[in-house]
Design a binder for this molecule. Structure first.
Ligand SMILES: Nc1nc2c(ncn2[C@@H]2O[C@H](COP(=O)(O)OP(=O)(O)OP(=O)(O)O)[C@@H](O)[C@H]2O)c(=O)[nH]1
Ligand SMILES: [Mg+2]
Length: 437
């Protein structure tokens, strides 16, 4: 699921032009990926609709559509897979964590993983086996405890989990965290509900975590709400995220029920446990790091195009006051001159005259009035502007002769700057930055 979403996003990034067709193709591919990942169809439909609406509404300039699309997809996808980050605050000693779930969902393995997780973080941890249903359960957990070198409590011969709790209750106080493995059943039947209810009221756990496997997909929704209704779970652990294409479905199902996913299991080894954070999870799985680099590259190539355009104009000797006018207009739209200069590779290094960088917005307006009073001939060939013309332009634009002269000197500065760039400087600088020309 995540691979295909990543692929789809990559297409958007490398597309020459992002139009409605590109976006629709992306949305359709994401939709497919969600369905393959066993995300509920209705949920998938809603998500696509929401992404589409946001892309329309939040559209700004052509340049940012690409980034905008990626950002929106990322945000919505993270929202789909969990709104809160799963974290347990160990605020009490002993902090008891009870794991519940059906047969084979990964309770015992996960108990070991959690023990290791907190042991690494400096907590004194013990494992308690309350699975008296499956004969091998005791040995399995004991082996894990030995491997981790953490304390283990259990009684092979005792059938009643409550008696086991009573037997070791005093021991618990010696530990920061008590991790409790319980028995499973093949379904959430009254026998299992009864057993866990009794365990809960005797043990009084701070957290009761439901363990489910990722391949449940959207079925996780039913299981999580059934367990919650019967036993008030405080969170979910999704195991086998490594081996299932349906992980996205399971995570989105949990998000719908409001069940907070605390951890995900990502392998058979005891270190294969991660605290779950939807945002981080999504950004890593769709390789947002990669995407960001790609976006950066695109930005650079667009800047490069701008620089090329300027170079071409200069080489053809076609720089006129109209260009200055246009430059000022676009600069006006984009922010400060120094900002735009820094965006064009190489220009930032040219030590531009400070006055050129500091043209205030008011001055720009003034220049605009002045240029509006010039004839086409004057705009195209400012060198013909003599004293008489300066007088006429100043009167016509309601400015002073001083202002007109200032504008003309800006124009000369710009022209000489262009000469500096055209004399091979830009190309050299581009090479230095390894940007293709
Ligand atoms: N690949 C993978 N395998 C896992 C993961 N978590 C558990 N397993 C495997 O799933 C199988 C069942 O795990 P257990 O921990 O024994 O499950 P359980 O819920 O305790 O099972 P019962 O006690 O019989 O109810 C084992 O083979 C584990 O190695 C995981 O995150 N990834
Ligand atoms: Mg077990």
């Amino acid at each position: 699921m995540f691979e295909s979403i990543k692929e789809a996003l990559r297409k958007v990034i490398t597309a020459g032009y992002v139009d409605e067709k590109t976006i629709e193709a992306l949305l359709s591919e994401i939709h497919n990926a969600l369905i393959v990942g066993d995300v509920d169809v209705k949920l998938a439909d809603e998500l696509i609709k929401k992404i589409r609406e946001r892309i329309k509404k939040e559209k700004t300039g052509v340049l940012s559509v690409r980034e905008q699309v990626i950002r929106i997809v990322y945000e919505e996808l993270s929202g789909l897979l969990g709104k809160e980050t799963g974290e347990i605050k160990i605020e009490k000693k002993p902090f008891k964590i009870l794991l519940v779930g059906l047969f084979g969902c990964g309770k015992t393995t996960t108990a070991g993983k959690i023990a290791k997780y907190y042991q690494k973080r400096g907590y004194k941890v013990c494992l308690l086996c309350l699975d008296t249903f499956r004969p091998a359960a005791y040995d399995q957990l004991k082996q894990i405890a030995t491997k981790l070198n953490v304390a283990f409590f259990g009684d092979e011969r005792e059938r009643d989990p409550i008696k086991i709790i009573e037997k070791f209750r005093k021991e618990f106080n010696k530990y920061d965290i008590v991790i409790v493995d319980s028995a499973g059943r093949d379904a959430l039947n009254s026998e299992l509900i009864d057993e866990i209810k009794k365990i809960k009221s005797s043990l009084m756990p701070e957290e009761t975590l439901l363990v489910i496997q990722a391949d449940l997909g959207q079925m996780a929704r039913m299981q999580a709400s059934a367990f919650n209704d019967a036993l008030k779970i405080t969170g979910v652990i999704v195991t086998r995220m490594d081996g299932s294409a349906k992980g996205g479905g399971a995570l989105s199902a949990c998000a719908v029920t409001g069940a907070k996913v605390i951890f995900i299991g990502t392998g058979e080894h005891l270190e294969d446990l991660e605290q779950y954070d939807a945002k981080k999870f999504v950004s890593r799985l769709i390789g947002l790091g990669d995407l960001e680099t790609l976006i950066q590259k695109i930005k650079e190539s667009i800047e490069e195009e701008k620089a090329k355009e300027i170079t071409e104009k200069v080489e053809k000797g076609k720089i006129t006051l109209i260009d200055l006018y246009e430059q000022l207009e676009s600069i006006n739209k984009m922010g400060s001159i120094s900002k735009i200069i820094n965006m064009i590779p190489g220009l930032g290094m040219l030590n531009l005259p400070k006055e050129l960088m500091d043209i205030q917005e008011e001055r720009m307006k003034l220049y605009k009035y002045i240029m509006d009073s010039m004839t086409k001939e004057e705009l195209e060939n400012p060198d013909i502007i003599n004293l008489d013309r300066i007088k006429r332009i100043a009167v016509g634009s309601g400015t002073s002769e001083e202002d007109v002269r200032e504008l003309l000197s800006r124009y000369k500065q710009m022209k000489s700057l262009m000469k500096r760039i055209s004399s091979g400087n830009l190309k050299k600088l581009m090479k230095q930055f390894r940007l293709p020309m």
